[in-house]
Design a protein around this ligand. Structure first.
Ligand code: GDP
Length: 172
């Protein structure tokens, strides 16, 4: 099994746009939807070395359902190297985000925060929002990779850095 990284986040966070941006630029190919998981997750292959897994957004599904179905998937993926949690810097960390992070911390699953739609904020506002989120993560999160990345699928800002981080995570 090749290494994989998973993408999660609240519904409407910009996950599809982000994965699409990564796919188009890098020629990633959508390979398969696991039977029985078709509405849950999609798999994208990056070369023959890494898979990206698009997980369903949380917010619509109840936390229990998310926790039960998705978490058990994440816990049982031996080849899962890292989980990318997408957060909107305009809104900051929501309770659903911190609840998911706690679940990941309790399971010892490594994750990294990616701030989406950074084009919507001025540089100053983005920096302030990022600093606030980083301060919260330092306080509470255990298995969080210490580098918070920012991306815009609209302007493509930050996509190269994210790709590099993904590839590196896949090699761990
Ligand atoms: P998903 O539900 O997490 O898959 O979110 P989508 O990728 O479908 O995006 C939700 C909405 O946010 C759509 O209206 C997108 O056009 C918008 N959006 C996504 N990424 C960006 C971005 O980088 N910048 C801006 N300004 N809007 C974005």
């Amino acid at each position: 099994m090749i290494p994989e990284v998973a993408f999660i986040g609240r519904s409407n966070i910009g996950k599809s746009s982000l994965i699409n941006g990564l796919v188009n630029r890098n020629g990633l190919v959508k390979t398969s939807s696991k039977p029985g998981h078709t509405r849950m997750m999609n798999f994208f292959k990056m070369g023959d070395k890494l898979s990206l897994v698009d997980m369903p957004g949380y917010g619509f599904k109840s936390r229990d359902e998310w926790g039960g179905m998705i978490l058990s998937y994440l816990q049982n993926r031996k080849n899962l190297r890292r989980i990318y949690i997408l957060v909107d810097p305009s809104h900051g960390l929501k309770e659903s985000d911190t609840q998911i992070m706690k679940l990941l911390d309790n399971s010892g699953l490594s994750y990294q925060v990616v701030l989406t739609k950074m084009d919507r904020l001025s540089k100053t506002k983005y920096s302030a929002a990022k600093a606030e989120i980083e301060a919260e993560l330092v306080k509470d999160a255990i298995c969080c990779f210490p580098l918070v990345l920012g991306v815009s699928s609209k302007t493509k800002d930050g996509l190269d850095e994210l790709r590099a981080a993904i590839v590196k995570a896949g090699q761990l």
